[in-house]
Structure formats: structure tokens, C-alpha cells
Ligand binder design. Structure first.
Ligand SMILES: Cc1cc2nc3c(=O)[nH]c(=O)nc-3n(C[C@H](O)[C@H](O)[C@H](O)COP(=O)(O)O)c2cc1C
Length: 190
């Protein structure tokens, strides 16, 4: 798949088919994610790929984040139907058969923390694009971070920082592309 095609047509998927993607496909996606750039090549990430009962237990935990999300969503201008869709999605992550959790190293130093987060974000984007190239859907999610401590405990990584999670699976429908804002790009000296 052409890189521009992948960038433009990747979507956040919130409804999945139950079929589990083959392990070798998931491994290709993870391998591509791990080739992300990182500050001083620290590669501060760790990934946990969950399926089966572990996935179910993890999703049951994540679904409790709804309690924290609901009041925040109500403050947005999102139409009520969309708010309900987001809530529903959190209950079972759209039925995705696989969920990936990404943690990064933790530091109290603000500048270093930015580098670690950006490195993790580069990995996330690689993962999303590679999954898309394999015909898989994903949805980068930070909504579960309201339960960070509990999730890190679940993952057995209490000393790390939770970056994000994403469900992975074959999409059950093709969502429309949410509009992008006008370009806020300045070209100087051309
Ligand atoms: C850092 C980050 C956090 C996000 N967290 C959530 C989330 O918690 N729940 C969710 O449903 N979508 C989440 N999204 C997905 C965005 O809503 C989505 O990317 C945006 O609406 C644009 O849609 P698209 O990805 O289909 O282009 C997140 C995306 C990013 C980059």
C-alpha cells in the first residue's frame, strides 16, 4: 500500500468482526511499530498484545473508564448520538478480538517526558498504519488512562507510564472520515 494512501485512509474503527487476525499478521504489524524513531534511540516502549480471556478481563477493566469519561464528554459539543456511540464503544471496544496496550518509561523530568511520549506516539502511528496496510482496523485510545494505575497493575508494570491502548481486528464497517481543520501551516521564505 502506498504510504499516502495509508495515511489518508486509515480510520479509527469502533466496530469489529470477531475473527482473530493470524498471529503472523499481528507480528508483522508489531515489527513495523517497533521500527519507529525514538529520542536517543531509547525505544522506551513495551507492548502487551492481548487475546482470549486476558483480552476479556482487560476490556472489562477498561470499560470502567466510562464513569470518568461521561462527564467530560457531556461538556463537549459532540452530538448526543456520538457521545452514546463512544460510551458503547468503551463497554467492549467494539468487539475487537485483540487489544494492544503500550507503556513507556516514566520520568519526573518534564523535558525528558516529552521525548518519551513522542517516541511512544511514533510507535503508535506506525502500528496504526501497518495494521491498516494489513486490512486491520485500530483505534488509538487514551480514554482508558483515567484508570492508569489499575491498568498498569493489570499489566504487571506499575513502574511505567501508560501511553495508550488500541483494539485490533478486522473492521465490521467503514467509518466516514472526520473532517480536518483548515491548514495551519506557514511557509516562510519561499
Ligand atoms: C492521542 C489520541 C487519543 C485518542 N483517544 C481516543 C479514545 O479514548 N477513544 C476513542 O474512541 N477515540 C480516540 N482517539 C481517536 C480520535 O477520536 C480520532 O483519531 C479522530 O476523531 C480522527 O478520526 P480518524 O482517526 O478516523 O481519522 C484518539 C486519538 C488520538 C490520536
Amino acid at each position: 500500500m502506498d504510504i499516502y494512501d495509508a495515511i489518508h485512509h486509515r480510520r479509527s474503527h469502533r466496530l469489529y468482526q470477531p475473527d482473530q487476525p493470524p498471529r503472523e499478521v499481528l507480528e508483522r504489524v508489531i515489527e513495523a511499530a517497533l521500527w519507529a524513531p525514538s529520542g536517543v534511540n531509547l525505544q522506551p516502549w513495551e507492548l502487551t498484545v492481548m487475546a482470549g480471556q486476558v483480552r476479556d478481563d482487560f476490556v472489562a477493566l477498561v470499560s470502567r473508564a466510562v464513569k470518568y469519561l461521561m462527564p467530560r464528554l457531556k461538556q463537549t459539543e459532540l452530538p448526543e448520538a456520538v457521545q452514546e456511540q463512544v460510551m458503547k464503544f468503551f463497554k467492549n471496544l467494539g468487539g475487537a478480538p485483540v487489544v494492544v496496550a503500550v507503556t513507556i518509561l516514566k520520568t519526573a523530568e518534564a523535558a525528558a517526558n516529552k521525548t518519551l511520549i513522542q517516541s511512544g506516539a511514533a510507535l503508535m502511528q506506525n502500528l496504526l498504519l501497518a495494521a491498516h496496510a494489513e486490512g486491520l482496523g485500530t483505534c488509538w485510545m487514551t480514554g482508558a488512562n483515567y484508570l492508569e494505575d489499575e491498568i498498569l497493575k493489570f499489566l504487571g508494570k506499575p513502574e511505567r507510564e501508560l501511553l495508550a491502548i488500541t483494539p485490533i481486528g478486522y473492521p465490521a464497517k467503514e467509518p466516514p472520515a472526520p473532517a480536518r481543520r483548515g491548514r495551519e501551516v506557514r511557509w516562510l521564505g519561499f
